[in-house]
Design a protein around this ligand. Structure first.
Ligand code: ADP
Ligand code: MG
Length: 245
């Protein structure tokens, strides 16, 4: 049988950071990791294990010291058009309205005005913020801000969306509601993006949502490894969101 071709392929990636003095501390060493089309992969690991570093390298925001990252058959070398990120801290542009935050990537891609308007309004409708289209981030609750964060990332229809603890700055109920709404959009195929990497601290969330859970094990100065666990379909409850607490 022909082996599936990965959407994202990380080969032998290493990254160190300089701490204070000249000492260089390895954060990730010899990482190999693949993501396929239509896959939702969770990335677990304790604080400081390098989860954010890994997904920032995938998005092209920072460069690996060694190794290669290929997304959609192109080497990632600087900000990558095939991925978008959703940040824990939302990272919205405070000087832009909801509309202009969501439209940002489409404007940067040079789409015409009608197309920008159509795609932006569709995303804002899907995330339930139509009434807030002209509001500024400071006028919104945390949950609403993160909805804008999702809309901005998804509007450009990236091949792969990178979620860095997207619900952890929200209270439990707001986070659950947003997670549930996002998964409904995903399951109903209302969003074009079909592959996600989600960093989370919640084993429960990872098992509920993912096709695959990857555990990043790393302490400064030790070899990093990724253990992969496939989640059997019966254990995955994302298709069954009404059962969630
Ligand atoms: P996680 O997201 O798993 O909590 P991070 O990827 O944020 O971990 O960080 C991994 C390690 O790398 C930490 O020890 C952190 O202090 C260090 N680190 C991350 N970014 C930088 C940076 N820009 N400069 C120096 N050290 C960094
Ligand atoms: Mg992090």
């Amino acid at each position: 049988m022909k082996k599936r071709h990965p959407l994202l392929e990380i080969k032998n990636v290493s990254k160190s950071f300089c701490k204070g003095s000249k000492q260089s501390i390895p954060v990730l060493e010899h990482i190999n990791f693949e993501v396929y089309d239509n896959e939702l992969v969770s990335l677990l690991g304790r604080s400081g294990s390098g989860k954010s570093t890994l997904i920032r390298m995938i998005s092209g925001l920072i460069e690996p010291d060694f190794g290669s990252i290929v997304c959609n058959d192109l080497a990632v070398n600087g900000p990558c058009r095939d991925t978008s990120m959703v940040f824990q801290s939302f990272a919205l542009f405070p000087w832009l309205t909801v509309f202009n935050n969501v439209a940002f990537g489409l404007q940067a891609a040079g789409l015409n005005r009608e197309e920008i308007e159509r795609r932006t309004m569709r995303m804002i409708d899907l995330i339930g913020l139509t009434e807030y289209v002209n509001a500024y981030p400071k006028e919104l609750s945390g949950g609403m801000r993160q909805r804008v964060g999702f809309a901005r990332a998804l509007a450009v229809e990236p091949k792969l969306i990178l979620l860095d603890e997207p619900f952890s700055a929200l209270d439990v109920f707001t986070g659950q509601k947003l997670r549930q709404d996002l998964m409904e959009l995903w399951e109903q195929h209302k969003i074009a993006t079909r592959s996600m990497i989600m960093v989370t601290h919640s084993v429960e969330e990872a098992v509920m949502l993912s096709d695959r859970v990857c555990l990043l094990t790393s302490d400064p100065g030790t070899i990093t490894d990724i253990f992969t666990i496939d989640i059997p379909r019966a254990e995955r409850t994302r298709d069954n969101t009404q059962d969630w607490v």
